[in-house]
Write a protein that binds this ligand. Structure first.
Ligand code: SDX
Length: 393
């Protein structure tokens, strides 16, 4: 109940990971950041405030929050040479490797501020990354859709700015839709951290070698890109579109899943830790209804998603395997309704997860008990043997 959870990474011979950042109870469907429930935080807080909470451990005073917000607004611009990276990527490049490359490259633009021991340098890197990640994500999006870059307007807050640089145009003012901004803010909060998942463990493992924060988080972005992890939100929409385009219908698709047909998986379902409904999915499902009612589009896809959920919750195959919707099941429908292309969905996951990665990297690097991660193995190869001359092979 103290929130301190031990995690044994299997065969690692490093100390088990203990962390005070996020608490999950997979059976009860509980998720808390620094002791605060996601239900309360999504209702009463903002993504900028939750980022502060995750990173510094406490909710900020109004003065602390204003100062943090102002610092973020002053660091939204990226170096022009970094911006030119996006001109060099192929026209059909996927945005996730673009974003991972840009975050990694940040360590080449701030070479005098990469110490993993100096608190002020760590803090400046923290602010730079939080502030520039939305700009970098939007640069990738604008590359994908072939539209001109829109520079940040620092009179807007982080989420409003994010919507503007993604959907605005240099030649005209951008009107932030409050419902869309609130939904985006809420989704970022719900993605902000999740204990020792694959990408966060990657950030901690890479960081344990004292690689700098940009290198460590770039590795985490690459781990998140996998379809079994953050890539699932795009895969859900591909799955829904495939079902909608076929004559099969949801039940036939679910039968194929149960038959374990090669490459047929119910994306957006199942979780290593949650053996109940992912508490994030419960909140996101309502937001999907609100956004699609407001923005239109995707009704057919939402109905199809709900049919799949209904079938799964009533079918022993899924119930016995404790397969419930996870965070990725409904998010893609919201992102598509907002106007993002499918290949941007996992980038949005990364924007939300960034404060959690930073908080976990900082916790690891500041822990005097941290040693370089060095997982061990059970050797299953050949016993010792002598070199075989070529003519005897
Ligand atoms: C995220 O760790 C985190 O916290 C991650 C995350 C975060 O915030 O960081 O929550 C974000 O990654 C959410 C998960 C997104 N991924 C997907 O939606 C992809 C689809 N889901 C799965 O591939 C799977 O459920 C995992 C990867 C999420 C979890 O896999 P596990 O725990 O290793 O489960 P498993 O593969 O051992 O499966 C157990 C059984 C198997 O059946 P049997 O072999 O026992 O007969 O359940 C089946 C699996 O075949 N199964 C599924 C399934 N997921 C598991 N069958 C059909 N569809 C699925 N989605």
């Amino acid at each position: 109940e103290t929130g301190r959870v031990t995690y044994d990474p299997g065969f690692a011979n490093t100390a088990s990971t203990t962390s005070a950042v996020t608490f999950i109870d997979g059976d009860e469907g509980v998720l808390r950041y620094r002791g605060y429930s996601i239900e309360e935080l999504t209702e009463k807080s903002t993504f900028v405030e939750v980022s502060y909470l995750l990173i510094y451990g406490e909710l900020p005073t109004q003065e602390q929050l204003d100062a943090f917000d102002q610092r973020l607004r002053r660091h939204t611009i990226v170096h022009e040479d970094l911006r030119r990276f996006f001109q060099a990527f192929p026209y059909d490049a996927h945005p996730m490797p673009m974003v991972a490359s840009a975050i990694n490259a940040m360590s080449t633009f701030y070479q005098d501020n990469l110490s993993v021991f100096d608190d002020d340098q760590i803090d400046l890197s923290t602010v730079r990354m939080l502030a520039k990640m939305p700009t970098i994500a939007a640069l990738a999006h604008r590359k994908v859709v072939g539209l001109p870059v829109v520079h940040p307007d620092n009179s807007l807050n982080l989420v409003e700015n994010f919507l503007r640089v993604n959907f605005g145009f240099p030649s005209e003012p951008y009107e932030v839709d409050p419902l869309v901004a609130k939904a985006m803010d809420q989704l970022f909060i719900l993605h902000a951290d999740h204990e020792q998942n694959c990408s966060t463990s990657t950030v901690r493992l890479v960081g344990s070698s004292q690689a700098n924060i940009f290198q460590s988080i770039s590795a985490g972005i690459n781990a998140l890109a996998g379809p079994l992890h953050g890539g699932a939100n795009s895969a859900v929409l591909d799955m829904l579109e495939e079902i909608a385009a076929s004559d099969d219908g949801p039940q036939k698709f679910m039968d194929r899943v149960k038959n374990k047909e090669e490459g047929v998986r119910l994306m957006g379902f199942g979780h290593r830790v949650y053996k109940n409904y992912d508490p994030r999915a419960a909140i996101i499902k309502q937001t999907a209804h609100d956004i699609i009612d407001k923005l239109g589009g995707n009704d057919e896809m939402l109905d199809l998603a709900m049919s799949l959920e209904e079938i799964a919750l009533a079918d022993d195959y899924f119930v016995e395997r404790r397969l419930y919707p996870n965070v990725d099941f409904y998010t893609g429908l919201i992102y598509k309704a907002m106007g993002f292309p499918t290949n941007m969905f996992t980038v949005l996951f990364a924007v939300g997860r960034l404060p959690g990665w930073i908080a976990q990297w900082r916790e690891m690097i500041k822990d005097p008990e941290t040693r370089i991660g060095r997982p061990r193995q059970i050797y299953t190869g050949e016993s010792a043997r002598s070199y075989t001359p070529m003519n005897e092979r």
